[in-house]
Design a protein. Structure first.
Length: 132
């Protein structure tokens, strides 16, 4: 299920009703083989890192390319905001009634993403089983 609006992260991944990971899901109009960076709201990354640190569960960013239907995943580490470029950006033409269309953004290098495999989730399930 999707998180309620007050949460800043799209999903908490559960296995047997226990949290195993945090997940932010994005669709972007990019081609992974030619793009250098994925740009995302700093607030989204910060919220995911905070959830990860508080719960000691990993935070993943999953991105689907709308151009080539490829799906990539990145494990966002706790020090990500120290490693990646942060800039003021967002929509190039913000809507008049939407001041949040411009905000601090994070450039995450595409090389930090891997092809998404179902085995990523299976690995989380295995780690959960081992921790019980």
């Amino acid at each position: 299920d999707a998180m309620q609006y007050k949460h800043y992260i799209d999903r908490g991944i559960l296995y047997k009703d226990y949290l195993v990971a945090w997940l932010e899901i994005k669709r972007r109009n990019i081609v992974f083989t030619t793009a250098q960076y994925l740009n995302i709201s700093m607030h989204k990354i910060k919220a995911g890192i905070e959830c990860s640190m508080i719960t000691d569960k990993p935070f993943f960013l999953v991105v689907e390319s709308m151009k080539d239907n490829d799906i990539k995943i990145a494990n966002i580490e706790h020090d990500a905001l120290k490693k990646y470029n942060i800039y003021w950006g967002g929509y190039k033409n913000p809507r008049p009634n939407a001041p949040n269309d411009r905000e601090f953004m994070v450039n995450i290098p595409i090389e930090n993403f891997n092809s998404f495999q179902y085995s990523e989730l299976s690995d989380l399930r295995r780690r959960y089983e081992q921790s019980r």
